[in-house]
Design a protein around this ligand. Structure first.
Ligand code: NDP
Length: 297
């Protein structure tokens, strides 16, 4: 049995926010440059409201200029696009984040196509995906960037390691794989049509699970000593039937934590692993965008 190291994403995110705050203070003092983030929320999805509030609060806390645009659920495609184009031109705004999902019938792809790629701090435009896939400097989706930061800190140089990414979404799986490849891992991407997932996973020195299936990855899928990054956030009923009957839920990852602990060398918990890194990486991306847009600073 291995004594797994539980990766503390909360502490790492706090350290990242502190380093962003220090750099923001330097830019303001030395260059009069205050990085600015605009977050757009359309409609009243409760989970999105919580995420947007947190993004607004955290960007203010690191000294950024922060604006939240809250739009009604019946906002038209034309009005949303007009807002994006106004923010594209606004010199005080260096990062624009469109909170997804959008209410129907709005078309997220069409709106993102109008977003200036140099302000696309969520890394979701086709231009940034293409830059990442081509090995060019890109604004990278925040959760994948968080995974890479945690892995580099745990393992140091990733070159030559066998990495398996479970999931191929545009938001997580594909960009994680591209980042691991850029760090010279040998990368396999597995998905719902892959055969014999346990055997594929057992090859991995690094396993990133992003499937959205509660506790799918079992203890006997893990190569002893591997680094396991659990991206999944799944709400499941409480084990206690009385609590479950009340509709109470708890959050679990895509990895069966109790089984994998003791086999993996490193393991992220859910909650408290990858999740906290996501907003911290959004701040990091906003800082990167501000520095690139403002020139040498
Ligand atoms: P998607 O649903 O977009 O993608 C899931 C991927 O997993 C797909 O590629 C799908 O394959 C694959 N998959 C689904 N079921 C299986 C299966 N049984 N076997 C093998 N592969 C399977 O999800 P996301 O990538 O957006 O999110 C993944 C998880 O990460 C979710 O739990 C989500 O909540 C969480 N998440 C967490 C974030 C954080 O901040 N920590 C941020 C974003 C997401 P196929 O393509 O073949 O359909």
């Amino acid at each position: 049995m291995v004594d797994s190291i539980i990766i503390d994403g909360k502490a790492r995110a706090e350290a990242l926010r502190a380093s962003v705050a220090a750099e923001v203070a330097r830019l303001r003092a030395e260059h009069g440059l205050q990085p600015g983030l605009a977050v757009i929320l359309v409609g009243d999805d409760p989970a999105s409201q919580i995420y947007v509030r947190s993004k607004g609060e955290q960007s203010l806390a690191v000294g950024m200029h922060s604006v939240v645009h809250r739009l009604a659920a019946d906002t038209t495609q034309a009005d949303l696009t007009a807002l994006i184009e106004r923010l594209n031109r606004d010199p005080a705004i260096h990062g624009i984040l469109l909170q997804l999902p959008l209410p129907a019938p709005l078309d997220a792809g069409a709106v993102l196509a109008r977003l200036d790629p140099d302000k696309d701090v969520d890394g979701l435009t086709v231009v940034n995906a293409g830059r990442l896939a081509s090995g060019l400097p890109a604004l990278t989706p925040c959760t994948p960037l968080g995974c890479l930061i945690l892995l580099r800190e745990a393992l140091g140089d990733l070159a030559g390691r066998e990495a398996v990414v479970l999931g191929r979404s545009v938001l997580v799986g594909r960009p994680v794989a591209a980042l691991l490849l850029a760090d010279n891992c040998t990368v396999t991407i597995a998905h719902s049509k892959s055969r014999d997932l346990p055997a594929i996973c057992r090859r991995a020195d690094i396993l990133v699970a992003a499937v959205g299936r509660p506790e799918m990855v079992r203890g006997d899928w893990i190569k002893p000593g591997a680094a396991v990054i659990d991206v999944g956030i799944n709400r499941v009923p409480f084990r206690d039937p009385a609590q479950a009957a009340l509709g109470r839920t708890r959050v679990v990852g895509d990895v069966a934590f109790k089984e994998v602990r003791g086999v993996a060398g490193w393991l992220t918990p859910v909650p408290g692993g990858v999740g906290p890194m996501t907003v911290a990486c959004l701040l990091q991306n906003t800082l990167t965008a501000a520095k690139r847009l403002a020139g040498p600073a």
